[in-house]
Design a protein around this ligand. Structure first.
Ligand code: ATP
Ligand code: MG
Length: 485
């Protein structure tokens, strides 16, 4: 049973050999801890605000399960260490030298996380050496470090963007760690997306290789909500809310013209969560296109036929498209070669513009009157400040990151099934969270828009097989390798 699992050494445990063969149970995915046990009492125990909390400190061996619903025949799965303040901390407050960096694209809430890291370190742990790294990873070795205080970050959460600046590319592990070492930094807080977390893992490995006593804490940022394991990334709620405004405008435009079409492009390079949730929330959308669900334009059951039908029935329609949808269609029709940004990400072709032309050409050839208005709010959405619920979420993420770093852990922090947990870096970067088109949520969307699924039986079978493989338990040998990490 679970309580008999020693988290310190268990890679995986066979709990029973019942009707279903071996059942793997309670696989703790341990995050890295600095050598030696934390020795200093946590200064929070004397903090007036926290002294009234009945059980403020979490138990060292508490874990959070990745799967909540468990079928009888399947293993109970992976657990992560629960986030929260520890009785003992690894660093004394006045020896802490912390730095914060933001990398990758903008996302609502970045400034809130920065603010709460600074204020949390200062107010909870009396840390006063906190530095901001400017303009992403390259700022570690090419710019001055900014001194951050609760006063200097007091109202930054009301602004969009990141006060530290951000960039793509420029991740030079050796130069970055040289600077961390030279400046005596011992806590590194890294806010950014999948690329950034991969970079954080490289920094962490180099730090361990050199035997430095430095904690590395990642706070995952992705407006697309595509980071694996975690329930939801900060900024996502804000993005969906702001996307509504664009959809509303598209609806007004569409309703005000004869055979009006409003087309809105939303974020979602590989995962269509924003498009899906904005569509479900709005109720004005007649068709939602996402990267996970392939579609086609011409012929029976194609997009153009559906648009024609919708205009005949309803006189107007709204289409939402995620930026990563239909890339194969554009590439084929324009026969362009792939291009990359400074971080090595594939540059996307503009699906919104392409669809606009395709739809216009189609109705011109049919001699059917229609008007299409294309709205691209993506950069506007990324740049706004976070809403109330994201602000609270950012605060909790920042606090969890601080507690973990103070205790000597290196990890990515995130909500797993509603509980904050410390997740090993490689677990959040090895896969991507995607909309499952075989799931109930996508079925709800299809039934709310009435759009065709565009899928052949072969597509559906392939999607189910992909899901089945994704749910397969990893091999025990693989598990023990990772769990030891
Ligand atoms: P988003 O895609 O949401 O905008 P991101 O963090 O994925 O955010 P990227 O531009 O891909 O954005 O990466 C951010 C930073 O991480 C860049 O400075 C880049 O050099 C670095 N980086 C990306 N991938 C890796 C990697 N595999 N190893 C080391 N560093 C990386
Ligand atoms: Mg990315």
């Amino acid at each position: 049973n679970a309580s008999s699992v020693s988290l310190a050494d268990a890679a995986y445990v066979k709990i029973s050999e019942g009707d279903f063969g071996y059942v793997l149970d309670d696989v703790p995915h341990l995050i890295d801890h600095l050598p030696d046990a934390p020795t200093y009492p946590n200064p929070l125990q004397d903090h007036p605000a926290y002294s009234t909390v009945k059980q403020y400190f979490v138990n060292e061996d508490d874990t959070v399960p990745q799967k909540v619903v468990v079928q009888k025949s399947s293993r109970r799965g992976v657990h992560f260490r629960r986030a929260g303040p520890r009785q003992r901390v690894y660093f004394e407050s006045d020896e802490v030298k912390a730095c914060i960096v933001t990398c990758g694209g903008l996302c609502p809430g970045l400034n809130t996380v920065i603010r709460e890291l600074v204020c949390g370190l200062a107010h909870m742990y009396n840390v006063n050496k906190i530095y901001g790294i400017q303009n992403g990873y390259k700022g570690f070795y090419s710019s001055n470090y900014l001194s951050l205080t609760p006063k200097s970050v007091d109202d930054i959460h009301k602004r969009g963007g990141t006060v530290l600046g951000t960039s793509r590319g420029g991740h030079d592990t050796k130069k970055i760690v040289d600077n961390i070492q030279d400046r005596g930094i011992n806590q590194v807080y890294i806010i950014g997306g999948d690329g950034t977390q991969k970079g954080a893992y490289e920094i962490f490995k180099e730090i361990r290789k050199r035997g430095l006593k430095v904690s590395v804490a990642g706070v995952p940022k992705t407006i697309d909500n595509d980071i694996a394991i975690i329930d939801k990334s900060f900024g996502f709620d804000t993005a969906v809310e702001e996307a509504q405004r664009a959809i509303d405008s598209a609806h007004v435009e569409a309703c005000s013209a004869e055979n009006g079409i409003g087309l809105v492009k939303l974020m979602g390079r590989y995962s269509g969560f924003i498009a899906m949730y904005a569509t479900l929330a709005s109720r004005d959308v007649d068709c939602c296109l996402i990267p996970e669900s392939p579609f086609y334009m011409d012929g029976e059951g194609g997009l153009l036929q559906y648009i024609e039908k919708r205009l005949k029935d309803n006189k107007h329609m709204v289409i939402v498209v995620a930026e990563g949808a239909g890339q194969d269609l554009i590439a084929k029709s324009l026969s362009t070669s792939e291009q990359q940004d400074a971080s090595g990400n594939k540059l996307l072709l503009d699906i919104g513009l392409w669809l606009t032309h395709k739809i216009k050409d189609h109705f011109k050839s049919k001699k059917m009157e229609m008007t299409i208005k294309y709205i691209d709010p993506t950069y506007m959405i990324r740049a706004i400040p976070s809403n109330a619920s994201d602000n609270v979420y950012c605060t909790l993420l920042a606090h969890s990151a601080i507690h973990g770093a103070m205790a000597g852990y290196s990890f990515t922090v995130g909500n797993v099934n509603g509980r904050h947990a410390y997740i090993p870096f490689y677990r959040v970067t090895s896969t991507r969270n995607k909309v499952k088109i075989t799931d109930r949520m996508w079925a709800r969307l299809l039934s709310s828009t009435n759009q065709p699924s565009f899928l052949s039986q072969k597509d559906i079978d392939e999607a189910k097989e992909t899901d089945r493989m994704a749910n397969k338990p990893p091999l025990p040998s693989g598990l023990s390798h990772h769990a030891a990490n």
